[in-house]
Design a protein around this ligand. Structure first.
Ligand SMILES: Nc1ncnc2c1ncn2[C@@H]1O[C@H](COP(=O)(O)OP(=O)(O)OP(=O)(O)O)[C@@H](O)[C@H]1O
Ligand SMILES: [Mg+2]
Length: 256
């Protein structure tokens, strides 16, 4: 199972949209995909029409039970989505308390990694959606994953937020003594505005080959897809946005 994490400490840059778009596309290609929600706001969970207040088991239990859940229990806690091959590990509000209750315990950073290892033969891909906050959940998601996808809105303020995310990754790399493969994804690109163009140029200049050479355009269809609770590739397969995410997926797979 390949594990990819979508992360950026800045909010509203397209993390959840990226996770859902890539996962939906992979699933429609016949890959077995698990989407994991590590955001207490549970946007990804709601995206699939799952009401996190109705859940008996969620990603919270993996943490609260300190990794004692066996693979069968973990698999039973997953929710099917409305398309084949795509399952969801849902989030609940309760995970917001994890930083306070467990943040300082040793070994907390690897809980998710160990839990995913238990179910790794059941999926080809796990894609993790992070909250826009650095805490136990993001640390776990980063530690579990071999590849980090960093969506960045193509506007000036978002670039400043990216600095913080880069420092976080450097810290994680040195504490885990591993090198992340990461890809910066320019999102919400509006070719009619100078701000988008300037931000894109700055990204390219600063991060060179770490930037995906394409862009995800502004596309109102993404919001419509989430309102309809359908993955974009199913809701609007011919939209510009879906086309761009397909190209991104091809690039990521080609990079290995
Ligand atoms: N390329 C795009 N064009 C237009 N709207 C988009 C695009 N990508 C995402 N959106 C919309 O922007 C909003 C924020 O996107 P999303 O929820 O994916 O961001 P996020 O980084 O996950 O936010 P948060 O940090 O709050 O979790 C959503 O309403 C989404 O539908
Ligand atoms: Mg989100």
């Amino acid at each position: 199972m390949k594990i990819w994490t979508v992360a950026n400490q800045k909010g509203g840059v397209g993390k959840t949209t990226t996770a859902v778009s890539l996962a939906g596309t992979l699933a429609l290609q016949g890959k077995r995909v698990l989407l994991i929600d590590t955001d207490p706001h549970a946007s990804l969970t709601y995206y699939f029409g799952i009401d996190s207040e109705d859940l008996e088991v969620s990603v919270y239990d993996i943490f609260a039970r300190g990794n004692t859940m066996q693979s069968e229990e973990i698999l039973q806690s997953l929710c099917p989505s409305n398309i084949a091959n795509l399952d969801i590990m849902p989030a609940t509000m309760a995970i917001a308390t994890l930083d306070r209750s467990m943040g300082n315990k040793t070994g907390m950073g690897l809980i998710l990694k160990k839990a995913l290892a238990k179910i790794s033969e059941h999926y080809d891909y796990a894609i993790l959606d992070c909250p826009p906050v650095l805490g136990v959940l993001m640390v776990n998601a980063l530690a579990a994953s071999e590849r980090i996808l960093v969506p960045v809105q193509t506007e000036f303020l978002a670039l400043k937020g990216l600095d913080r995310m880069m420092r976080t990754m450097e810290l994680m790399q040195s504490s885990q003594s591993k090198q992340y493969q990461y890809t910066i994804i320019p999102t919400m690109y509006d070719k009619r505005t100078n701000a988008s163009l300037e931000a894109y140029k700055t990204l390219q200049k600063t991060y060179n080959d770490k930037v995906w050479p394409g862009v995800i355009p502004v596309d109102t269809k993404f919001r419509d897809a989430s309102l309809a609770q359908q993955v974009p590739i199913q809701f609007c397969p011919r939209s510009r946005g879906v086309f761009a995410y397909r190209a991104l997926l091809d690039y990521l797979i080609e990079q290995g």
